[in-house]
Design a protein around this ligand. Structure first.
Ligand code: DAK
Length: 256
């Protein structure tokens, strides 16, 4: 299957596995991705790592052959399928990271932008080149990119189709970190190691507070923070964390 999943310790590792076509996304792959995300959500994994197979690309975008010769309804349903699936990825209760090596174009970058984090190897290039095909992004790119890098930079990339390298992407805030070339799964594990050792409750509340706050006003965001931080106080893990600090020992979180 073109979507592979495996579990390694606290990590679920999802791989786009169609290297001969630079992991270009067919509609069946997006359906398989959706199904696989349901499995990940039901698993004990504490973090998801998303990678692409082969040395050349994370993902070169939607499969251009498939996009052709489809009627209006089919195109709209296709866009909605991709948007729904990437929204499912964005809403996962565990954090996710896309490990970008080589090319991350079009739908591939849109998939990466639905992850919690992105890291890029030094030779990675990314962009939304749909305009060169007479298209515009259809899997959330026009909406998630400005939220990450601001309206001016997003509009520039969407309207020019220009690609950026890893350094520029990091400077813009499109990726969290630039890392040396390496095995994508290992790069993802190294990055995610900073996140998997804490209480899942606190991790979830932290991410939710930021995400919900970004979608509303500062005043409402502060209310959300007050509610979620109060909720965090009610967990056994919060009691354990504070007790462990005072007893000068490492806390043992139980995700409760
Ligand atoms: N789709 C299909 N096949 C692709 C592909 C793609 N996006 N990208 C690469 N491939 C295939 C190539 O056709 C080639 O196959 P063979 O000829 O060997 O059979 C193989 O992968 C290797 O590619 P190249 O030979 O081209 O490799 P190079 O190293 O020379 O070039 C490249 C790499 C990434 C620069 C080049 O392949 C390239 O420019 N690829 C296209 C990149 C691109 O334009 N991506 C954006 C796709 S559009 C919507 C839904 C979705 C979207 C919009 C609307 N609705 C439903 C409304 C989103 C659209 C997109 O993502």
């Amino acid at each position: 299957m073109a979507i592979d999943i495996k579990y390694a310790g606290p990590y679920a590792v999802l791989t786009l596995n169609r290297p001969d076509a630079l992991n270009a996304l067919q509609f069946t792959m997006i359906e398989a991705l959706s199904y696989t995300l349901d499995q990940v959500a039901a698993s004990d994994a504490r973090a998801l790592i998303v990678t692409g197979a082969g040395p050349k690309a994370f993902c070169a975008g939607a499969d251009i052959k498939e996009l052709m010769d489809r009627d209006l309804m089919a195109q709209r349903l296709g866009a909605q399928l991709g948007q729904r699936t990437f929204a499912k990825l964005a809403a996962l209760r565990i954090p996710s990271v896309a490990v970008l090596h080589g090319y991350a174009f079009g739908g591939g970058l849109e998939l990466a932008m639905a992850c919690t984090f992105r890291i890029a190897t030094i030779k990675a290039r990314m962009g939304l080149p749909e305009i060169k095909l007479g298209l515009i992004p259809g899997y959330g790119g026009t909406q998630r990119l400005p939220r990450l890098v601001g309206e001016a930079r997003a509009t520039e990339l969407v309207m020019s189709g220009r690609t950026v390298d890893a350094i520029e992407a990091e400077r813009w805030g499109l990726v969290n970190r630039v890392v040396p070339e390496g095995e994508p799964e290992e790069l993802g594990k190294t990055f995610m190691a900073d996140f998997v050792g804490y209480s899942r409750c606190a991790s979830l509340f932290a991410r939710e507070a930021v995400a919900r706050g970004m979608a509303t006003t500062l005043d409402e965001g502060l209310d959300i923070e007050a509610d979620l931080s109060t909720l965090a106080y009610q967990t056994a893990d919060a009691a354990e964390g504070m007790r462990a600090f005072l007893q000068k020992r490492t806390p043992e979180f139980k995700d409760a």
